[in-house]
Design a protein around this ligand. Sequence first.
Ligand SMILES: N[C@@H](Cc1ccc(O)cc1)C(=O)O
Length: 281
Amino acid sequence: MKHKSEFLNFIQERGHPYQCTDAEGLDRVLSQNNHITAYIGFDCTAPSLNIGSLIQIMMLRHLQKFGYKLIVLLGGGTTKIGDPSGKDKARSVLPMENINQNISLEKVISFNDGKTGAIVENKADWLDSIKYIDFLRNVGVHFSVNRMLSLDSVKIRLDREQNLSFLEFNYMLLQAYDFVDLNKKHGCRLQIGGSDQWGNIVNGIELGKKFNLPELFGLTTPLLLNAKGKKMGKTENGAIWLDGSMLKPLDYTQYFRNVHDQDVGRFVRHLPICQLMRLKN
Ligand SMILES: N[C@@H](Cc1ccc(O)cc1)C(=O)O
């Protein structure tokens, strides 16, 4: 389908979009309104992002090149909870010292080209000062546990009879509230994320409706799997980090040189060669 918005046509040619909450509506907004602000959130679970986040980062970069505004949210608060999405087993709670160190993640995603700098938000502040009862009354009241139980992030654990702590169960409310908050503060209308973020993003959009915000949109990118169906970026030697101090540049390029022939076409389409270079190094 040909869109009115050049941005959507551009990312579609590269096969970037996986799901969109309302493609027609987003097309309309993007083609009419050049000031749309989009955001992507990263949890600070490690000192660097890995190539699993590369398509989303590239989407942001494309948005920026098309003149839209970006917010990169470092989920200082959400990291303290831990996103169960796509995780089939409970993870241990990350110590605060690690989270604080990881927040310097900023160094990996610097989009400042002097003209359209991204806003980098660290949301630890609002989540830290949140009052439990107020939050339950204002936000929790809009969430149906029945529906929450049907979402993939929860179902995957229940189906496998794996523990899902009440801490993790709350995660989706916090990410949903982030979207609402970013709309109120910065007029943000679009959230981008990996395909495993669909439930969290849709929750934010639904919450926006309860707060009578203008329509919010979500756009997810596909998870890059190799021909064997394994997640890209996981090797026997560990993750493929984007930060050059965590993985030598040579090892990074070798990883791409060594991908299986069957994967090359898809990877080149998703990750044009010039983009394979690290964003900042
Ligand atoms: N849940 C996202 C990170 C995120 C955090 C806060 C947000 O508001 C949005 C996204 C992830 O794990 O990838």
